[in-house]
Design a protein around this ligand. Structure first.
Ligand SMILES: [Mg+2]
Length: 401
């Protein structure tokens, strides 16, 4: 048998289950979680009892009530769900090697050695299910997928809901997915589906049998090659950069379009974005600035590669240099929009020492530690208690919408 390397855990109807745990008289009843207080808008989650009536997440409240008149609505309490997420992560960590928290209700466990065997991995899943039941309560259930890699584990996790457990490896692939439509696989959106169909690929068996190099051509990127290799069971770890980068854009209100104001807003955007980068424990090694110039009308953009950093002052320095270059080239009077991007990101624990900047792997340098301290102060006393020189907050101006 092929070794199994990952367990993927997806909490079932997570927000609704948390509310049912918190409020016992909701248990066994159809519950819908709404984005806002009151009866407007959409559901962000539904309990299994509500799903039984055909209620789906993202359905409007009106539709949900038509299908299930007795549905009980509760407003979403995101902070509470994050607390539960952390508690659950702690519990899993006691029994298994928790590798990633993939989202507020998804967890990834690493398997290896003895646990890469199906029987032992299945036992581990059962142990974790029991632990949740005993340490939190019966309301919280999950579906688990065991797989040769994170993609197969994730697909397996979706095969049986709620409270399921399934596995996928080259030992049962692609036959186990014979009835699954291509668009149900994670990563196959409408655009890729169209490209696959155009290339004569219509089902899981056909995509499974693709030459990865051919997949790369169909996708038009290395993502396709990766996807097919993963489907075939290859051991490719989850990419640490789940998102492309950290950035922020603002359309400027007319009174803020002067060069000086626009520059100050760019500084504010950087402070915000780098603080988020630090909060998520990432570093970035590329900084890009894009401007739309109103007078004389044009666009300007440029990016600079640097060492991996999460230091606000460092990115503010680069920003100043870019603005200077831009000024020399464009001599703008009015700037109508600003976009900044922190790209090529890497988790701090994976940063190795830099040649120019002696630094132990994963250690923060002095300025980064200072930046963290500033984050803590701002979190405690309000967002702009400490800033890096002058900046200008610029909230909520939209050209359209
Ligand atoms: Mg879920």
């Amino acid at each position: 048998m092929h070794p199994l390397r990952t367990i993927y855990i997806d909490m079932n109807s997570f927000f609704a289950s948390v509310e049912q745990h918190e409020e016992p008289n909701l248990r066994g009843k159809p519950v819908g979680i709404t984005a806002m207080e009151g009866d407007i808008g959409c559901l962000v989650a539904a309990s299994y009892e509500a799903k039984y009536f055909g209620v789906k997440t993202t359905m409007s409240i009106k539709e949900a009530k038509a299908l299930c008149p007795r549905i009980i609505l509760r407003p979403s309490r995101h902070r509470l769900y994050v607390k539960y997420n952390q508690h659950i992560a702690k519990i899993f960590d006691q029994y298994a090697e928790l590798e990633y928290v993939r989202s507020v209700d998804e967890f990834q466990i690493a398997l290896g050695g003895k646990t890469s065997n199906l029987k032992i991995a299945s036992k581990l899943v059962q142990t974790m299910k029991d632990a949740l039941k005993h340490e939190i309560g019966e309301s919280l259930k999950f579906s688990a997928g065991i797989g040769s890699n994170h993609l197969l584990a994730k697909i397996a996790g979706k095969l049986e809901k709620p409270n399921g457990m399934q596995w996928l490896s080259p030992d049962n692939m692609p036959d186990r997915l014979l009835d699954i439509p291509l668009e149900d696989l994670p990563g196959i959106g409408r655009g890729i589906l169209f490209k696959l169909n155009s290339a004569g690929i219509h089902n899981v068996t056909e995509i499974y049998n693709l030459d990865p190099k051919h997949a790369r051509k169909i996708w038009g990127s290395v993502i396709g090659e990766r996807f097919v290799r993963l489907l075939q069971g290859e051991n490719i770890p989850l990419e640490s950069t789940k998102r492309g980068g950290y950035g922020n854009s603002k359309m400027l209100a007319p009174e803020n379009r002067t060069l000086k104001n626009a520059y100050l807003v760019s500084r504010w955007l950087i402070e915000k974005s780098v603080a988020r980068l630090r909060r998520d424990n990432y570093t970035a090694s590329q900084f890009a600035l894009f401007l739309r110039i109103q007078n004389p009308q044009s666009r300007w953009g440029s990016s600079i590669k640097t060492h991996y950093s999460q230091d606000t002052a460092h990115f503010l320095d680069i920003n100043r240099k870019l603005w200077r270059t831009m000024y020399i080239q464009k001599h703008p009077h009015l700037i109508s929009s600003i976009s900044i991007q922190l790209g090529n990101i890497l988790p701090l624990p994976k940063r190795s020492g830099e040649m120019l900047l002696p630094m132990e792997m994963a250690k923060k340098n002095e300025r980064e530690r200072l930046a963290r301290t500033i984050d803590t102060i701002n979190k405690r006393f309000g967002a702009s208690t400490v800033t890096y020189g002058i900046n200008k907050a610029h909230n909520g101006f939209f050209e359209r919408g």
